[in-house]
Ligand binder design. Structure first.
Ligand code: HAM
Length: 422
């Protein structure tokens, strides 16, 4: 038997899996709430290809990041193009922003996306090799920290609407090209005497991507005493961070400053943030993002300020309350007994569907008992029983699956009954 590839999975209708974190209606629910937030806050949808030129991520995300150096699904196409399944979608969105000259028609472009990303990570609870992100990018001329606070306010609207609680907002500033070199230098000096105690990964990062040493969970205790980046920010970065925080305060959004938060992608400047969940376990990041002024220039575009985030849809689904009904469940199952009843049911179901009723029927003749079993499995609220005898009397039987109550109705009464429910 051929199975799903390791650390990938099927997202299924609820009747085929008891695993709440893999039920498709839960994914739809998060997507619907996010889309509503994007409507209210003025974001427009963008859909970029699932694969891009490898160079986009090498240049955009950073050659030395774990994502680019270890986790990408890349291949050489027959015409020798180096291609990669997208591991994230910020670089592709900026590529599109440049390619379609969006900057020329608007000073502030607000985009959102929903879709799968691919990273060859070691799988565990909440970490997959194909996972789903919902993200936004705000691009344009302004780097006003009010943009950042507004995005975070929107995130909290989404979390509240989804009833996901027990979260924490962590914020930090990772500086800019003016102050980062000085910080890196300080880090290098302070880390040098500790190197022998640090893990192999940190020793590698010391050479290639020193900021990421701060992110290592294994060495957290040893690196806790290092000078925090916030002490070495330049005047502008400091001011930006203070303003950002004052806007969060103004909106009444609580947060914790986490000086070790450096994120796993190289494009960030100034504000970086994550929302973590206390109920998720080791992979606790529900979402992450930050500012990336200059990414457009790195990718050959015009000078552009940028800010955005992406949420892990799989992790959001894991955090939803358990009792979430599936609104796309069929409302009505039509059971028929006999040949004439079958022909009648086929016509009736078309009428009901045209009225907007979600209804299903089976195409094989089966006993009432087995029809009821099927209806039960589909978790429909009502079953309509059409028998040849009842047809002769112009009557249909409508059964409420929860109470077991049955009523006799004519077709007109039935159509009116469902019309009244809409
Ligand atoms: P990221 O922190 O790499 O940022 O990913 C964002 C979120 O995607 C994470 O917080 C997590 O919830 C989810 N995620 C990441 N990897 C996995 C995985 N293997 N399995 C399940 N969920 C995962 C970015 O990707 C940036 N592009 C975000 C951004 C947008 N920054 C600015 N704009």
């Amino acid at each position: 038997m051929i199975k799903t590839v390791k650390y990938t999975r099927d997202i299924l209708p609820e009747e085929f899996t008891n695993d709440l974190s893999a039920q498709s209606h839960r994914f739809q629910h998060v997507e619907a709430v996010a889309r509503e937030a994007f409507r209210r806050y003025g974001y427009r949808e963008i859909r970029t290809p699932i694969f891009e030129h490898t160079e986009l991520f090498a240049r955009g995300v950073g050659q030395e990041t774990d994502i680019v150096s270890k986790e990408m699904y890349s291949w050489t196409d027959v015409n020798n193009d180096r291609l990669t399944l997208r591991p994230e979608n910020t670089a592709p969105v900026i590529r599109s922003y440049i390619e379609h000259k969006m900057w020329a028609s608007s000073d502030l472009v607000k985009l959102f996306y929903i879709g799968p990303m691919f990273r060859r990570e070691r799988g565990q609870k909440g970490r997959f090799r194909q996972f789903y992100q919902i993200g936004v990018e705000v691009l344009g001329k302004s780097d006003n920290p009010a943009i950042e606070a507004e995005v975070i306010e929107m995130i909290y609207w989404i979390l509240d609407e989804l009833k996901i609680s027990d979260t924490e907002l962590l914020v930090n500033s990772v500086g800019c090209p003016a102050c980062r070199p000085q910080f890196n230098e300080t880090l290098r000096r302070e880390l040098a005497p500790l190197l022998r105690e640090l893990c192999a990964d940190c020793n590698r990062r010391y050479e290639t991507n020193i900021l990421r040493v701060l992110d290592c969970k294994q060495d957290a205790e040893r690196t806790a005493q290092l000078t925090p980046i916030l002490d070495l920010l330049c005047r502008e970065c400091n001011l930006h961070f203070l303003q950002f925080r004052s806007y969060l305060d103004h909106k009444g959004i609580p947060y914790r400053v986490e000086p070790r938060l450096v994120r796993g992608l190289d494009y960030y400047t100034r504000t970086a943030f994550e929302v973590t969940s206390r109920t998720l376990g080791a992979q606790s990041a529900l979402l992450g993002g930050g500012r990336y002024d200059g990414l457009s220039e790195t990718l050959g575009g015009p000078p552009t300020k940028g800010f955005g985030f992406a949420l892990g849809l799989d992790r959001f689904v894991m955090s939803l309350p358990h009792d979430l009904a599936d609104p796309s469940r069929p409302e009505l199952y039509i059971a028929y007994l006999g040949e004439r009843a079958f022909a009648y049911a086929m016509t009736l179901i078309s009428k009901l569907r045209r009225q907007g009723i979600a209804c299903v029927m089976d195409f094989e003749q089966r006993s009432l008992r087995s029809a009821m079993k099927l209806a039960d499995k589909l978790k429909v609220a009502k079953v309509l029983i059409v028998g040849d005898n009842e047809l002769d009397q112009g009557q249909l039987i409508l059964r409420d699956m929860r109470s077991g109550e049955q009523q006799l109705l004519t077709e007109d009464e039935l159509l009116r009954f469902f019309h009244g429910q809409k």
